[in-house]
Design a binder for this molecule. Structure first.
Ligand SMILES: Cc1cc2nc3c(=O)[nH]c(=O)nc-3n(C[C@H](O)[C@H](O)[C@H](O)COP(=O)(O)O)c2cc1C
Length: 163
């Protein structure tokens, strides 16, 4: 769908299961924000998923797994890709802060396409380290538990971008 006549993609990586500060969740923090952005902009949602998903469902184990993946500069293989990514003018790209970085599957995603002619906006959830320069960052527990606060912050950011 479109805002004006721009075609918008909202691509995100997020984990359900046990997450810091929110306990066990059915929908990950970043997924909640991604859906809000898609609703507000009329964009198409795409979840970045890895092919061999061995990510643990418990928080401590997940942090260790992700740290090893980062140290190895892993580029996990992904499942599928957005239907014809080249038709989109705008990409909102969302992920949790993992060890001060994007999760490695998000690196795989970014390296899979030439996004240089697109308007790309990053958004991230975190639990204290903050997020991206020139992007949108929000605490994961606020994304998970405080819809009106997330909505207010997002509406403001999207308005600044013209959406
Ligand atoms: C592997 C891992 C590493 C993390 N590293 C950080 C970090 O360096 N800084 C931070 O503020 N939060 C960190 N967090 C917290 C997440 O960024 C936060 O809980 C986020 O909202 C999770 O998003 P999700 O539910 O979409 O996966 C980490 C969480 C995990 C699982």
């Amino acid at each position: 769908m479109t805002a004006g006549n721009k075609k918008i993609l909202v691509a995100y990586f997020s984990r359900a299961g046990e997450q810091y500060a929110v306990g066990n969740v059915n929908v990950g923090n970043t997924a909640i924000i991604a859906k809000l952005i898609a609703d507000k902009t009329g964009g198409d949602l795409f979840e970045i998923r890895v092919k061999n998903d061995n990510y643990p469902n418990t928080y401590d184990a997940l942090t260790r797994y992700a740290q090893a993946e980062k140290q190895a500069h892993a580029r996990p293989e992904l499942i599928g890709q957005p239907d014809n990514i080249y038709k989109y003018d705008v990409v909102f790209l969302g992920y949790p802060n993992w060890w001060g970085d994007m999760p490695m599957p998000v690196h795989t995603f970014m390296e899979s396409f030439d996004l240089s002619n697109k308007e790309v906006h990053h958004f991230c959830t975190h639990e204290g380290s903050g997020g991206v320069l020139d992007g949108f960052a929000i605490y994961g527990h606020i994304a998970q538990n405080n819809k009106s606060e997330s909505d207010k912050k997002l509406t403001q950011w999207l308005a600044e971008l013209g959406y």
